[in-house]
Design a protein around this ligand. Structure first.
Ligand code: IMP
Ligand code: MG
Length: 173
């Protein structure tokens, strides 16, 4: 069940995306970026964000998952990884939400092991209260309370990803 009015509507989301993209454009001025979307959750945020970034970039994806319905399994499974050599690349990892931090921390360590020029992390939502693993977040859209949210790429059981807004989701009991 999706509760009440959206936590963030489409206009609020787009304004925040623009703000993040402007910061990224400024910070990477004169550099070339490898934007890496963490699928599936980040697909909508990723495509909005890269369209608003104004430095030259290439893109790739990582497919990883640790979630079953609303709970993390604690174990990260990788289904697809960056294909190209990243040793001369400035990598920006782009994710939908950081919760325990387990997934992104695992991914970041794997990417760092491949010795890129730099690695930064951009997450649209930050559920800080739930953090179990410390991970440096360079760009954050919104901090949110400890609630399960859906929409704008985020799912419950693979549903609701297509909603253009973000809402709190509660299981009907
Ligand atoms: P973490 O490893 O616990 O930080 O989980 C990160 C991943 O779990 C995110 O990239 C999401 O795909 C998923 N996730 C965490 N919290 C939520 C939520 O509230 N709604 C939907 N997906 C979530
Ligand atoms: Mg995700």
């Amino acid at each position: 069940m999706i509760t009440g009015k959206p936590l963030f509507n489409s206009q609020e989301i787009q304004a925040k995306v623009k703000e993040l993209a402007d910061r990224i454009t400024k910070d990477y001025s004169g550099k070339e970026l490898l934007a890496v979307g963490i699928l599936k959750g980040a697909y909508m945020f990723f495509s909005d964000l890269v369209r608003a970034i104004e430095v030259p970039l290439t893109l790739d994806f990582i497919i990883a998952s640790s979630y079953i319905k609303t709970e993390t399994s604690g174990e990260v499974k990788m289904y697809y990884d960056i294909r190209e050599n990243i040793q001369d690349k400035h990598v920006l990892l782009i994710d939908d939400i950081v919760d325990t931090g387990i997934t992104l921390n695992y991914i970041r360590e794997r990417v760092l092991a491949r010795c890129p020029q730099s690695v930064k992390v951009c997450a649209f939502l930050d559920k800080k209260e739930k953090r179990e693993v410390e991970i440096p977040l360079d760009y954050v859209g919104f901090e949110i309370p400890n609630e399960f949210v859906v929409g704008y790429g985020l799912d419950y059981d693979n549903k609701f990803r297509n909603l253009p807004y973000i809402s709190i989701f509660k299981k009907r009991t």
